[in-house]
Design a protein around this ligand. Structure first.
Ligand code: UTP
Length: 266
């Protein structure tokens, strides 16, 4: 089966409260890792994965995001409005009409993956074989578990899992594993029905994890445990770590950095 994934959605309409005050006037996805906005890394990953049709879900039109992509080549970009920040599930639902019945992928720019092979490309190849939803997975430390979506799964081979359950932000004692969902998803079109059936959670948000959990109870959902380095840039400390990780990987971009870190005598 050839790749059926031609479209991607990037949800970028969140409030970015963890980055206040800068997010009073700058969209969170425009904050840079070194000198590149996190959303730019996501778009590059999509291009490398053969996708050239993108919808960005935004909280207001004519934003800094729209301006940034004004003259981009090799990618058709549509901007879709999410009127209220009702959660990631609701943001994805806004793209239903644009997706038009196809399977599609979603990237969250908060989750930066630095590596040679684009993670979305690997996931598209799993989707092509099984024709199911596919989630990116990473094993995380215990202390990170209560902040993430965690899966129960059976391992099929070195990097592939069959997912039987997902729980959003579990207590460590209730968590089915340490395998966390990282912001890369391939969805079949059925996800929209599962999102519509999902009720708002404690914070008044429609969680995508709840919709995927409902799907996993009825259909096959696969996971791809990716080997590359991952940074959570959704909070200021994580964004700084990503910038340092990036600059250390490309030392020619920041010639004095390692000397500076050594001079701190930590
Ligand atoms: P987060 O859960 O990190 O929320 O969203 P946030 O609003 O961006 O940031 P904080 O928690 O207030 O600091 C994960 C992804 O989902 C998008 C965000 O833009 C981000 O890419 N999102 C979230 C939406 O598009 N709409 C929403 O209603 C919520």
């Amino acid at each position: 089966m050839g790749s059926s994934i031609k479209k991607a959605v990037i949800p970028a309409a969140g409030l970015g409260t963890r980055f206040l005050p800068v997010t009073r006037s700058v969209s969170k996805v425009m904050l840079p890792v070194f000198n590149i906005p996190t959303i730019d890394f996501a778009v590059t990953e999509l291009k490398k994965s053969g996708i050239n049709s993108l919808a960005i879900v935004v909280s207001g039109l004519n934003s800094d995001i729209q301006k940034y992509f004004e003259s981009v080549a090799d990618m058709q970009i549509e901007f879709i409005l999410q009127e209220e920040a009702n959660g990631l599930g609701d943001a994805i639902l806004q793209a239903e009409k644009w997706v038009n019945g196809e399977s599609f992928c979603v990237i969250l720019p908060d989750d930066l993956i630095i590596g040679e092979a684009p993670t979305i490309k690997q996931m598209i190849s799993i989707h092509s074989r099984h024709d199911t939803a596919v989630l990116a997975l990473k094993s995380v430390e215990d202390e990170r578990v209560p902040f993430l979506g965690i899966v129960e799964s059976q391992q099929i081979d070195i990097s592939t899992h069959r997912i039987t359950k997902c729980v959003e932000k579990p207590k460590i004692e209730d968590a089915p594993s340490n395998l966390a969902i990282i912001g890369r998803y391939i969805f079949t079109n059925e996800i929209f029905e599962y999102i519509k059936q999902t009720t708002k959670g404690a914070l008044g948000e429609i969680q995508i994890t709840d919709a995927i959990n409902a799907q996993a109870k009825e259909k096959d959902v696969y996971g791809y445990e990716f080997p590359e380095e991952h940074f959570d840039t959704g909070n200021p400390a994580g964004l700084l770590e990503a910038s340092i990780g990036y600059a250390v990987r490309y030392p020619e971009k920041a010639p004095g950095l390692i000397k500076f870190i050594k001079s701190l005598n930590l």
